[in-house]
Design a protein around this ligand. Structure first.
Ligand SMILES: [Zn+2]
Length: 248
């Protein structure tokens, strides 16, 4: 297990909208605004169907206003409305990008854990095939393998993700400490066990803040998702009403 303690910095340096490099991750609270010119160049694939539809409606609305303007048939000033629409589209794109970054960040976090499984029968790993995941009796999500040599299936006895890895290591350390207290560890092994305990505690101290920060980011993005959905829905209704009014 090699948790990297640098994830916040990595996220911020890959943060496309901030020109500053930040030592501490606060991208979910980022207030750096982006000029409309730059925003319009960003094609985002990570939009929800509702967001995509709103952008389509807004663009169609803009086109219609422009056409009416050229024909000098425009009866009111749509400038402020178009401006609001442009800003909302920019906000949608920015939020979608944030959402993508948080998702990618969590995927990277998931990939931190390599379980180094070996077959319980032949004790080798060269014929193993990952066939899925399963829950351990403790509730951890673990990888399920098939050994093609021995033709058996088994669930590896360690978690396959950093979230469950925290409680797994905590339990492992507590178990070792208990054994040390009970004096059931041979004298010559004590030093090695103490060093293992220390190393595992260090790993935990690195892993925990990274996992916590990712969970906080996810929480912030879910909250923002709800806010954006409400805004998108409101503006969609407005655009549909305006469209009907124009056609009358
Ligand atoms: Zn085997």
């Amino acid at each position: 297990m090699k948790p990297h303690g640098n994830i916040c910095f990595r996220v911020c340096t890959s943060w496309v909208f901030c020109s500053e490099k930040r030592q501490k991750c606060s991208f979910s609270l980022c207030s750096h605004s982006l000029s409309l010119k730059v925003q319009s160049k960003i094609m985002n694939q990570n939009l929800t169907p509702e967001e995509r539809e709103l952008i389509r409606l807004h663009n169609a609305f803009k086109k219609k206003v422009k056409a009416l303007e050229q024909e000098q048939k425009l009866t009111e000033d749509y400038g402020p409305h178009l401006n609001t629409g442009d800003q909302l589209v920019a906000q949608i794109q920015l939020h979608a990008k944030n959402r993508e970054i948080v998702q990618q960040d969590r995927e990277r976090l998931q990939e931190l854990i390599r379980d180094h499984a070996v077959c319980p029968k032949c004790s080798k790993n060269n014929q193993l095939k990952l066939i899925g995941t399963d829950k351990s009796p403790e509730g951890w999500k673990s990888n399920k393998y098939r050994c093609r040599k021995c033709n058996i299936e088994f669930v590896w006895n360690a978690p396959n993700n950093p979230w469950d890895m925290i409680s797994y290591v905590e339990k492992f350390v507590a178990n070792l400490e208990h054994k040390m207290q009970q004096e059931i560890i041979a004298e010559q092994e004590k030093e090695q066990v103490l060093s293992t305990i220390e190393q595992m505690k260090l790993n935990l101290a690195k892993l925990k803040p990274v996992v916590d920060a990712s969970d906080e980011d996810l929480k912030a993005i879910v909250t923002k998702d709800l806010e954006m959905a409400e805004l998108v829905n409101k503006f969609r209704k407005y655009l549909l009403i305006e469209k009907i009014r124009m056609e009358d």
